[in-house]
Design a protein around this ligand. Structure first.
Ligand SMILES: [Mg+2]
Length: 374
């Protein structure tokens, strides 16, 4: 079998899908990080010569070719391109053998996959209302960020208001539901410690990205003062960056995102590394349904998997997929189809092209107009 063609599909709302075609008529789907989609689409093109004419089933060899076949390594753009292409190769392999990818990675270690949702609203009342609705729909876990812009050292009022939001959600859902807090790297180590102390009484399952990912030692110092478990990894790439997190004890839950961390097998390997430190794997995905499909394959066969993120309803693939995913009682069934187990509706997708360079917003502090972390 030989790879004959690579295509990218930038699609609304902010996603970048990839298709790899072969001379046997089997094709594979992948998804790359959707931020800066058109830049990443060019990066995908830059790897075409590593793939065209090659056997798509030599997945590790082709990954090595793309990752190591250049002097410069790493970064979100190149890793996102490699990640999406790697998913395509696994999809092709699974389809060629008529089996789900999780079967090829050791077989299922669970019967279904736990997922978390996301409450909406900004006031404690709005969040509590939304949280109750999520529980009513069957979920037993939900994640949100309880604050917006925060300065390096800010008023304690911001901490109190954030804690009030967490308290409102806890009182709305009771202690049988998990609350996951995402600090989004928005706060400094000093403010992170204040925040965690104020939210600790409401027993969050974990706090995600309490500080930005560039300085692991800063996260280590924060971890030493937290009692709440720390999760991180959505802005880290490959086994090499996660190694440092584990070795320094910076987090106990790793959140690689398959569409940027290096792909399906890289996510699985990061999970295996975490297992040796008694840490959990909770794949990140606020993106699209192919990335969800890729993550589910890893979740199915990873013993220390904890919980899966996606955005309901778009991340389930309504419209983009011929058969979207379904959540039942807060779980998604093990995917049973060959490869990733999904089929794109390319006609529907072609009618919804992404037209703008997709990026997150910019934030400025209200009082002096200086930049805040988003
Ligand atoms: Mg996050």
């Amino acid at each position: 079998m030989k790879i004959t063609r690579v295509r990218t599909l930038p699609v609304q709302p902010r996603w970048l899908f990839v298709v790899v075609e072969t001379d046997e008529g089997i094709y594979g789907y992948g998804e790359c990080l959707g931020d800066k989609a058109f830049v990443i689409a060019e990066a995908v093109k830059s790897y075409e010569h590593h793939l065209i004419g090659e056997d798509p089933r030599r997945i590790t060899h082709l990954w090595q070719s793309m990752y190591r076949g250049a002097f410069w390594r790493g970064g979100p753009i190149m890793n996102a391109a490699i990640s999406g292409l790697e998913m395509c190769l696994w999809d092709i392999l699974g389809k060629s053998l008529n089996t789900p990818i999780w079967q090829l990675l050791g077989g299922a270690v669970r019967d279904r996959i736990r997922v978390y949702s996301r409450p909406s609203g900004s006031t404690p009342e709005e969040l509590a209302f939304s949280a109750k609705e999520i529980v009513r729909r069957g979920y037993s876990a939900m994640k949100f960020c309880p604050f917006s812009k925060v300065k390096i050292v800010d008023h304690y009022q911001i901490v109190e208001e954030a804690a009030a939001r967490v308290q409102a959600v806890r009182e709305a859902v009771g202690t049988g539901v998990d609350i996951l807090l995402d600090f989004h790297g928005r706060v400094s180590p000093a403010m992170a410690v204040w925040m965690e102390e104020a939210m600790r009484p409401f027993h969050p399952m974990f706090i995600e990205e309490p500080v930005l990912p560039e300085n692991v030692d800063a996260l280590v110092r924060v971890a030493q003062q937290f009692k709440t478990p720390i999760a991180t990894g959505e802005r880290l790439f490959t086994k090499w960056e996660f190694r440092e997190i584990l070795e320094k004890g910076a987090a106990s839950i790793l959140q690689p995102d398959p569409c940027v961390c290096g792909g399906i097998f890289e996510t699985r390997q990061i999970g295996a590394m975490a297992e040796t430190w008694y840490a959990a794997l909770a794949p990140h995905n606020p993106y699209g349904p192919i990335n969800l499909a890729a993550a589910l394959q890893v979740d199915a066969c990873t013993p220390n998997f904890l919980i899966q993120e996606f955005i309901d309803p778009d991340g389930l693939g309504k419209g983009h997929l011929k058969e979207p995913f379904a959540v039942k009682d807060g779980y998604i069934d093990l995917p049973q189809g060959p490869g990733l187990g999904i089929e794109l509706d390319e006609e529907w997708i072609a009618a919804r092209p992404l037209s703008l360079l997709s990026d997150v917003g910019r934030w400025f502090h209200d009082d002096d107009g200086s930049m805040a972390d988003w």
